[in-house]
Design a protein around this ligand. Sequence first.
Ligand code: SF4
Ligand code: SF4
Length: 220
Amino acid sequence: MNKYFFNIYKALYTVLIGMRITFKQMFRHAVTHQYPYQRPFEKKRNVRDIPKGYRGQLFNRIEDCIGCKKCEMICPVDCIAITTQKLPKGERLWDSMNVVHLKDRSEVVGFVEGDEKVAPDTTVTIKTRDEQTLTIPSGDIDRIVERKPVIFYLDKFDIDMSLCMYCGLCTEVCPTECLIMFDDMKGIEYSTFDRMELVFPFAKPEMYKDDAAVEAEEAT
Ligand code: SF4
Ligand code: SF4
C-alpha cells in the first residue's frame, strides 16, 4: 500500500519538476527559428568565418567558358548538364586570351605581352578586352592561365546543386578556371520547397549575339 502512494507521489513530483522547467522557459527568449522562413543564423556572430578554400556553391563565369564539357564528363553524379552548338568551320568567338589571377583573388582578362611566365621582381603588362593597358607587379600575381578561343555556343549550362557532393573535381579540370566554388555563405545551406530552384542556369545565349542583332531585337 505504501508503495502505491509512493509511486503516486513520485509521478506527481516528476511532473512538477518538468513543469517548473517549462514555466521558467516561458519567460526566456525563444532559441528556435522558424526555418526556412527565418535564417537569422546567417547573421549571428557565433557563425565562424568560412575558411579560405571552402567548397561552396558552384559558379560559372560563362564569358570565359569554352564549352569543352570536361566538367560535365568528370562529375561523378551527373549534376552538370551542358548543350552546345559548334560554330561554323573556321569561326571562333574570340581569340585566345590570358586570365591573370591576382593574390587578392581578383583577376584581369586580356592579352599578356611577352612571356607568360612570371619572373620575380618584374612587371607584367596586359592589354584588357576594353583596350586598356595595365602593368601589374609580379609580386601581386598568383598565376596566369590561358583562356582558349570559344568554338562552341553554349545553349545550356545547368548545375543541379541538390545533387552536387562538393567534390570540386569539375573546378580542377576546367582549363579556363571559369568554374569556381564560392567560399562564402553562398551554398552553406539550401532549403527550398521546389527542388528545381536548386538548378542554377549559367548559359547566356544573348552574349553571342552581335550588337546589331541586340539593337534590332530591342527595337521590335
Ligand atoms: S563539385 Fe563534384 S559533384 Fe559537384 S558538380 Fe563538381 S564534380 Fe559534380
Ligand atoms: S570545364 Fe570549364 S571551360 Fe569546360 S565546359 Fe566546364 S566550365 Fe566550361
